[in-house]
Ligand binder design. Structure first.
Ligand SMILES: NC(=O)c1ccc[n+]([C@@H]2O[C@H](COP(=O)([O-])OP(=O)(O)OC[C@H]3O[C@@H](n4cnc5c(N)ncnc54)[C@H](OP(=O)(O)O)[C@@H]3O)[C@@H](O)[C@H]2O)c1
Length: 272
């Protein structure tokens, strides 16, 4: 869409910030929205919705962890002229029975707009920007995934795929499984982060260790336990396989995990 203005939700977050930045570097007008973003947008404040979508013809749609994509907002956006939607979803949502993201996908498919669904594996940036960072700094993190290998993906590469889908024709009706170039166990990822950061970073991979780690950060067992079934299903699925989506859709080589870790360490991500 040559004349498009793109509304980017989650524009201060790991993916949205990069989507907005990459769009701007291509000269595409951006409305960068979130509660604290340039354009105010709050999922829980419907009065912010219409002003946020005003003038946008395409949208990077993401909901933060735990929050659903409200179908009423998608209706508002399409009614206001959004003709193309790129949704941030996640890999393995059927296996993990992630009803929040399954519902978001179904909302977007039925929206009447041209849609593309971006389904990334685990973000590299969980380790330096996201929810693993405090545990990395404390020297130990837990996920109940044992030694099963996941195909960690860099948020810059996710953004590059989303930007291609937002700005180029030919991506409508596609669901893209976005991965990095290599499958790694969380234990291997911890070793790479530790050696780049010059720290000891241990990985604990059993459900019991995961629950204990959650309790240590104030999440009661009863609140943490429901997620275990999804993680167990993911673990049983076995090692993840890399896809060629970053290369095929964004025309770039996906970032190698060790290169991500070295660059983050060089920026001082785990200093102090
Ligand atoms: N991490 C992973 O490994 C992974 C893998 C696959 C899929 N995902 C999915 O990716 C999504 C998270 O994406 P991300 O990592 O790019 O985001 P993120 O870094 O967690 O940032 C969340 C963004 O949402 C905004 N936000 C928070 N609460 C909001 C509200 N009530 N209304 C409007 N905006 C709000 C935040 O900005 P303000 O605070 O300014 O509002 C921020 O821009 C989740 O849906 C998750 O399931 C994650």
């Amino acid at each position: 869409m040559a004349d498009s203005t793109v509304l980017v939700l989650g524009s201060t977050g790991s993916t949205g910030r990069r989507v907005a930045g990459q769009l701007r570097s291509r000269g595409v007008p951006v409305r960068a929205a979130s509660r604290s973003g340039e354009v105010p947008f709050d999922w829980s404040e419907p009065r912010t919705w219409e002003p946020a979508v005003a003038g946008a013809t395409a949208m990077y749609l993401m909901a933060p962890h735990e929050l659903p994509v409200d179908p009423a907002f998608v209706d508002v956006a399409v009614g206001a002229g959004v003709r193309r939607i790129v949704l941030l979803s996640s890999r393995a949502i059927e296996v993990m029975d992630d009803r929040r993201l399954l519902a978001a996908e179904s909302t977007v498919r039925g929206s009447g707009a041209e849609w593309t669904i971006v389904r990334p594996d685990w973000f590299n940036q969980n380790f330096d920007e996201g929810f693993f960072r405090p545990a990395v700094m404390a020297g130990e993190f837990a996920m109940p995934l044992g030694d099963v290998r996941q195909v960690f993906i860099d948020a810059d590469d996710i953004a590059a795929v989303a930007v291609a889908a937002l700005t180029e024709d030919g991506h409508g009706g596609q669901s893209y499984e976005v991965t990095g170039p290599e499958a790694l166990s969380f234990g291997a990822a911890a070793e790479i982060i530790g050696s780049a950061a010059g720290r000891t970073v241990r990985y604990r991979g059993s459900p019991e260790e995961y629950l204990a780690a959650q309790e240590a950060i104030g999440v009661p067992r009863a609140s943490a336990e429901p997620a275990l079934a999804g993680f167990a299903a993911l673990r049983e699925q076995g090692d993840g396989e890399p896809t060629d989506v970053v290369r095929r859709v964004a025309g770039r080589a996906p970032t190698v995990f060790a290169e991500y870790a070295a660059a983050a360490a060089a920026r001082g991500a785990w200093a102090g």
